[in-house]
Design a protein around this ligand. Structure first.
Ligand code: ADP
Length: 400
């Protein structure tokens, strides 16, 4: 069974073709800067696939439809493709960001589901419309089952005291303002991997999962179910991120509008694109921040300290609600690769039973690795996330 996984973002389109019988990623690719003057497509056919090669091309892509057509040509093309025709694809799995309260599980896509995804666009105006374009074009091109997996679905087990905001209750009823949480596919994937590493079933374990990338979030998991997460109605809330502010005093927003004469779009851009690590030190990539710290850059050091401090505060908060913790799990770009962040996050948590082994922690982790010290009450795992594989597995499970 060959499953095509599509992650159609606001200006990019990521894709993977997976052969579920042989567990082979046949090809993986990305179209970037869709709609801009110059775009780019990259595709890497995996070693072991029929045509092992990398394709890279720079040219404009006017819209997602054109991007999708190009992708299909590349995946099936005589010189570039790993399959002979689009008929070789058995199913398509789509990442959809916002499922809202009406789409709670992995769902086979039909017209009604498309309308429900559309109804969630006001909650996720940047992501859901782009996800929908990917779905519409894929439904036209592939006469096979299409499945939607929602970033929000893993967090649907949060109790009301965790997902409600202390705003007038009618706003929740009228506008569905509440915490939804994101990165759910990743949090779920690594929590299942952690269960395997602990040799327990997922419903027996308590975890705190840390998805630390350009966008970052944490989840508190009790008996395998998410009971709280740091992102909110939108991905802006919670941890300080690459360019997003995370939690701030909400009164800062009207204050900024008043004092700086900012429009609502201006404030939105400031909080989403100019804040976080970038806002503090001008850089949003943790590798650049470490390099700058080595050169004595004090702002970069402050940014790193703030990032780590915010994570530690949430670990403390989540320990209070998960009960005895089985494991702390690091994943995503920073979580998997950055041993300094992992070390600093765990430093000082020894009294909570969290003790990292500095030697085991050293370096980037390409495979799931336990990095706790002998005798640490809590396991500390670094687990590479794989959202595409998780989407393909979910698609396969639903269809079989
Ligand atoms: P997203 O999916 O949110 O765009 P990723 O999970 O791909 O983000 O993470 C990207 C981030 O990971 C980069 O911005 C960078 O800060 C960090 N990162 C990647 N590789 C390394 C590394 N070797 N060391 C430190 N940080 C890294």
């Amino acid at each position: 069974m060959k499953i095509f996984v599509i992650n159609s973002g606001s200006s990019s389109l990521k894709y993977q073709l997976l052969d579920m019988d042989s567990s082979l990623v046949m090809t993986t690719g990305l179209v970037e800067r869709i709609g801009e003057a110059m775009g780019k497509v990259e595709q890497k056919n995996w070693p072991g696939s029929a045509r092992e090669q990398e394709i890279r091309e720079e040219r404009p892509f006017s819209d997602h439809r054109e991007a999708m057509m190009t992708v299909v040509e590349l995946v099936t093309g005589q010189d570039t493709g790993v399959i002979a025709s689009r008929d070789d694809i058995d199913a398509v799995g789509h990442r959809v960001v916002q499922g809202g309260e009406c789409l709670l599980h992995t769902t086979r896509i039909d017209d009604e589901v498309v309308e429900k995804i559309r109804s969630n666009c006001p909650l996720s105006p940047l992501h859901n419309p782009a996800n929908l374009v990917g779905i519409e074009v894929a439904r036209e091109l592939f006469a096979v089952p299409q499945v939607a997996i929602f970033d929000t679905q893993f967090h649907q087990t949060m109790p009301p005291e965790a997902f409600m905001y202390p705003l007038p209750y009618d706003l929740y009823k009228e506008l569905k303002i509440r915490r939804y949480g994101f990165h759910g596919t990743s949090h779920r994937y690594v929590s299942q991997q952690a269960a395997q590493m602990l040799n327990k079933s997922p419903d027996q374990i308590n975890l705190v999962t840390l998805h630390l990338g350009n966008g970052s979030s944490m989840a508190a998991i009790r008996h395998g179910q998410c009971i709280d997460t740091t992102m909110g109605m939108t991905p802006l809330a919670g941890l300080m991120m690459g360019t997003r502010c995370g939690d701030i005093d909400p009164a800062i927003i009207p204050f900024l509008m008043r004092e700086k004469g900012l429009s609502k779009e201006g404030v939105d851009a400031l909080l989403n694109k100019e804040s976080g690590l970038k806002g503090i030190c001008g850089m949003n990539d943790m590798r650049d921040i470490h390099a700058a710290i080595a050169q004595g850059d004090k702002r970069a050091a402050l940014a790193l300290n703030m990032f780590v401090y915010g994570i530690k505060k949430y670990i403390g908060a989540y320990l209070a609600i998960t009960g005895p913790l089985d494991a702390l799990v690091f994943t995503a770009g920073i979580g998997e690769n950055d041993d300094v962040v992992r070390r600093q996050v765990c430093s000082g948590l020894e009294h909570l039973g969290i003790v990292i082994d500095l030697d085991k922690n050293t370096g980037r982790k390409k495979i799931a690795t336990a990095v706790q010290a002998d005798g640490s009450q809590v396991a500390i795992f670094v687990i590479p996330t794989n959202e595409e594989l998780a989407i393909a597995q979910e698609t396969l499970t639903l269809l079989s």
